[in-house]
Design a protein around this ligand. Structure first.
Ligand SMILES: *Cc1c(COP(=O)(O)O)cnc(C)c1O
Length: 407
């Protein structure tokens, strides 16, 4: 039976990535962590990196370190993220700001470019189930630019696909914004297909990768995605508030003017010249002094992803979500819990949404027992499964705990 602890132990014993779990702070405790999709665990090597950074680059190097790497860090770290996780050739990824701020900058630049090429493109397409910040930003930009929001709705476990978008996207569309993995249902969109659809109608595709980067293999260049943003504190384990990354397809970069014109995005910041002149390439998407301290931990997780291999990671992620669904069917369906995540693994990211009318209370009870999922309005418990730091035994203990609090 899937629900026996022996079965979980056998899955862990057969898991070639199991040993990576020891590389994370806190892995030795019995706590069940189902929120690596919201805030990844820190790596054990990261404290050493931080102390070293503080003593050497900052403490000894002081301001000289700007010339020795910090000034280029948004681009060099961006390139590393691009190559390790995005399927992006270098020169197309930048690191800085929060996801919300960077999404604003890229989305508005994309919208402005589209409207200037064809003023009849007056709509931004976004779905009702997208993450709040994405929806609010679209509303704000539409208001700022006198455009319309074209809302689309997708069934919770079906997500945004060509069928749903096909009815909304047309020659009036400036930009389509979609999350690659839906933050609630965990639905994984077919990024290549929806990008092709947007392009067929002359629209630009902006993808939010917050819940897919570092856990789903990405091929932004090959898929033809125009712009993308994502978090580094979820599956890239950068720590609370670590900066976002942004991707802009190379041949669009020169066409885009982002709205927050600060000195760090200037072609020659240290000339302190009158008048703004955007830098070439990805530097133009910067605004102010980059968050160098907060960038440090990200490199450790990129090392680990490269060591494990993103395809192996995806395989384990699918095994974990499949196992969580199997356990939910067996242990939680008697309590009328439903699984709101696609059952087809190819349409699923790395978290599973379990729904029950009393889930909010249940999550509070679980936190008291050191089982840490999160609650998503109105009735969802999210089981986030970070493949390098989550064991099958942990999934087993966690889902059993959900059953016992509901009982
Ligand atoms: C986590 C998340 C964000 C977070 O944005 P911040 O600016 O970092 O708070 C944005 N979009 C999606 C889809 C997310 O999952």
């Amino acid at each position: 039976m899937a629900s026996s602890p022996e079965h979980a132990a056998a899955l862990d014993a057969a898991d070639l990535l199991a040993h990576f779990r020891d590389r994370f702070v806190g892995a030795e405790s019995d706590l069940v962590y189902f929120d690596g999709n919201s805030l990844g665990r820190p790596l054990r090597v990261t404290p050493e990196r931080m102390v070293d950074f503080l003593q050497e680059e900052w403490g000894r190097g002081l301001i000289r370190s700007w010339d020795e790497g910090w000034y280029d860090a948004p681009l060099t770290l961006g390139d590393r993220i691009g190559v390790a996780t995005l399927g992006a050739a270098s020169g197309q990824t930048v690191v800085g700001d929060s996801t919300s701020v960077l999404l604003y900058k890229l989305l508005r630049a994309a919208v402005d470019r589209q409207v200037s090429l064809d003023p009849r493109r007056r709509e931004i397409v976004v779905d009702h189930d997208n993450f709040p910040t994405d929806r609010y930003l679209v509303e704000g930009i539409a208001a700022e630019r006198g455009l319309e929001v074209r809302w689309v709705s997708a069934p919770r476990d079906a997500g945004v696909g060509v069928d749903v978008l096909g009815e909304a996207v047309g020659e009036q569309t400036a930009v389509v914004l979609a999350s690659h993995v839906a933050y609630q249902s965990g639905h994984l969109a077919d990024a290549e297909a929806i990008t092709a659809l947007a392009h067929e109608h002359g629209a630009l595709m902006v993808l939010d990768l917050c819940h897919s980067v570092g856990v789903v293999p990405l091929q932004l260049d090959r898929w033809g995605v125009d712009l993308a943003v994502g978090c580094t504190y979820k599956y890239l384990n950068g720590g609370p508030g670590s900066p976002a990354f942004g991707y802009v397809k190379r041949r669009l970069q020169g066409d885009l003017v982002q709205p927050l014109q600060g000195w760090m995005g200037h072609a020659a910041p240290f000339e302190m010249a009158p008048g703004y002149l955007p830098a070439e390439g990805m530097r133009r998407f910067l605004t102010g002094t980059p968050p160098i301290v907060a960038m440090q931990p990200i490199a450790d997780m990129l090392d680990l992803i490269e060591e494990a291999g993103i395809d192996a990671l995806r395989e384990k992620s699918v095994a974990l979500t499949s196992y969580a669904i199997e356990l939910a069917d067996e242990l939680l369906s008697p309590y009328d819990v439903t699984v709101a995540t696609p059952r087809d693994a190819a349409s699923r990211g790395s978290h599973v949404l379990l729904c029950h009318p009393r889930m909010q209370e249940a999550v509070a009870g679980l936190w008291q027992r050191d089982v840490i999922p999160d609650f998503r309005n109105p009735d969802g418990l999210r089981v986030g499964l970070s493949p390098l730091s989550t064991s099958f035994a942990e999934v087993h203990r966690g889902i059993e705990a959900v059953a016992s609090v509901l009982a």
